[in-house]
Design a protein around this ligand. Sequence first.
Ligand code: NAD
Length: 365
Amino acid sequence: MKLKILVTAGDGIGPEVTNEAVGVLREVADLGGHTLEIDSRRIGGVAIVNDGTPLPSDTLDAALASDAVFLGAVGGNEFNSLPPDKRPEAGLLQLRAALGGFANLRPAFAFKELAVNSPLRPEIVADADILFVRELLGGLYFGEPRKWNRETGEAWNTMRYTRDEVKRVARIAFKLASRRRKKLTSVDKANVLEVSQLWRATVNDVAAEFPEVTVEHQYVDAMSMHLMNQPRNYDVVLTENLFGDILSDESAVITGSLGMLPSATIGGKVNLYEPVHGSAPDIAGKGLANPLGAILTAALILRHSAGLEAEAAAIEASVRKVLEQGYRTSDLARSNPQGFEVLSTAEMGEKVRETVKLQLLAPSR
Ligand code: NAD
């Protein structure tokens, strides 16, 4: 297998965490005899400083020519006074638009070793394993007309979807559910919104193509409560852009640390993979960053862009194992007086690499 990955490490802790995750990918590739071609380009603040723009054209060209783009994080306090379209985050938005992914996958799962880090009770979060599929290119964030009319003191946005936009993201969600626990929960507000009625009818049409998957519908207000009360009830959760933005952030509490969360945006020209966290300027350059979110993102690259499910699962199992063995980065050890061994970013990366090697050489360990 040959995979061409563009790494855009970006700013702050981006380079630190992607470096560890790329190390894990290299280890997996070496062990499996796969060819990994890694190219690195600038994005965000580092590109503003060096190239005068947050998304240099060589970065965009390299992204479009790759099989997958792996982004670290962008942003830094020194750029906060720039106008929005000149800031590091503009580079990421432009990249997302150019790659065209419409299905944003955000896993939210509980590691039992980290249950103490979640504000929810351990017996509530134990074994929760949810995959959010959020529609990313439509809905209220992109619908026209939109305007703030300062003269009349009125403003409006439009939540708009076409049947085809719903169908394409629903198919991805059903396909993923069919490979997991075969349950799909579609979230809408069909008791009030016509756009949600279209959403629900279309999801039901697509459901007929996947008879093995059980489908249920939830209203978004009720869902926001169920997720916190019974997160274990959910497998794949499919929803539109705004609802997905809110619910996936809410569900981050299941995992207990921002540093643990991966994401993937698929369905466009090239898939984009990024840990959920930002550039964390407060801890950048200190070896304090948790690289596990980036490492779990690397697992998503193997699963969704390389079809290497066993290798992706081995990375996920290795992260679990390392936590079981009592290793933590400082964000995870914060609320835990149990004397766990606190590792730097690089030490945690090394631990996962060693464990992945053992997993792949002797998977039953
Ligand atoms: P952030 O995610 O960078 O940090 C929030 C808090 O979580 C901080 O205390 C940070 O130290 C901690 N944290 C985050 N990731 C961590 C990790 N891997 N290990 C340990 N601790 C971690 O969010 P923020 O502080 O709101 O934003 C900082 C900058 O990042 C801003 O410029 C923002 O625009 C940018 N940002 C970028 C992205 C992205 O690139 N996708 C996403 C969010 C924020």
